[in-house]
Design a protein around this ligand. Structure first.
Ligand SMILES: [Mn+2]
Length: 347
């Protein structure tokens, strides 16, 4: 299929007078206008997102990077931690930088999908910056930017961006469509989570018609597992237990596991979703000690289980969504007499 797309686009960043149906963003018109106006007048833009960036964080950042560049903007796409290798098929991936930028050197800073400011690793500089924009679908984002577009009904930040682009006439090139569909696909758990609505499938269809290849995205993000990945999944699955007190399906991964399997934290992406398939469990939790004394916790549940895992995550200093959340705690994962415990880090 031939896709004739412009290399540059000089249309204004203003909403069309007759926007297409955009139920998701209705009620946010004033905010959208403010965002578009702020971006229109910017020459340099810094993009940021959350630590341990996922498909939605990176897909969203790269989509916005491509769209802003079509407008002739100078864009830096910063990520606080290295991007997972499985996203390396995304156009523009090699331009992501982990070098901490100086936000003050940019006209505008746009932060995506990050929930809490500290997770961007830009907190102080962003608070001091006069022109910051937040675009997020986490309901517990406090909206500390100058302009905040927070849409908890969206299944992904990439969904908000897709509707924003569609409603304003920003051209969606094949590259942009690929980045957006990857964000939507990964944040909906391959269109299997409860957040998969008819509207989002319609958006996915629109993005496919712009040239995004769903089968390719699915292959790159889920169906490609190398040996370290398969081995670490095996460890996590072999240790699954159901807590007698909470009914949670829990598994743990230690640093030693990661080293012995030659795996990284990114290779564990998706394990917690599989733990969550256990019918008699109330929710699923995966704990992984990925650096000495640093434990990443991932939580999942399902609507019929009636457990809001974002509340559990919040109690542990994290956050997220009702059915998918995460947190980070200090401690060591140690097995004692057949029971796994989190032991305090000795200072
Ligand atoms: Mn997201």
């Amino acid at each position: 299929m031939e896709h004739k797309m412009p290399k540059t686009w000089s249309g204004p960043w203003t909403a069309l007078t007759k926007p297409k149906a955009r139920r998701l963003l209705s009620g946010h018109e004033t905010t959208i206008q403010a965002i578009l106006e702020r971006l229109r007048t910017a020459r340099t833009v810094l993009l940021g997102t959350h630590e341990h960036p996922d498909g939605d964080a990176i897909g969203g950042e790269l989509a916005l990077m491509h769209a802003l560049r079509l407008q002739g903007k100078q864009v830096t796409a910063y990520i606080p931690d290295p991007a997972p290798e499985f996203l390396s098929f995304l156009p523009g991936f090699e331009e992501l930088t982990t070098t901490p930028p100086d936000p003050a050197a940019f006209d505008v800073v746009v932060l995506l999908d990050y929930t809490q400011l500290y997770r961007t690793h830009l907190e102080a500089a962003v608070k001091a910056h006069p022109n910051t924009i937040c675009i997020d679908h986490h309901y517990d984002n406090k909206g500390e930017a100058t302009i905040n577009l927070i849409v908890p009904e969206a299944a992904a930040t990439a969904q908000i961006l897709t509707e924003l682009f569609q409603s304003t006439g920003i051209p969606i090139t094949r590259d942009i469509a690929t980045c957006l569909l990857t964000g939507i696909f990964t944040d909906t758990g391959s269109f299997m989570h409860d957040s998969t609505s008819p509207e989002i499938l319609q958006l996915a269809s629109d993005l496919m018609s712009k040239g995004a290849r769903l089968a390719h995205i699915a292959h790159e993000t889920y169906q490609k597992k190398d040996l370290p990945s398969l081995r670490i999944w095996g460890r996590a699955l072999s240790r699954v237990m159901v807590s007698e007190t909470t009914g949670a399906a829990v598994s743990v991964i230690t640093m030693q596991d990661l080293e012995e399997c030659g795996a990284t934290l990114d290779d564990l992406s998706g394990v917690v979703n599989l733990l969550n398939t256990l019918p008699q469990s109330t929710f699923a939790m995966l704990l992984a000690e990925y650096e000495p004394g640093k434990i990443k916790g991932s939580l999942r549940s399902e609507p019929q289980k009636h457990v809001d895992v974002s509340k559990i995550a919040a109690r542990l200093g994290g956050g997220g969504h009702k059915l998918a959340s995460g947190f980070e705690v200090e401690g060591h994962l140690v097995e004692q007499d057949g029971v796994w415990r989190v032991l305090p880090v000795k200072s």
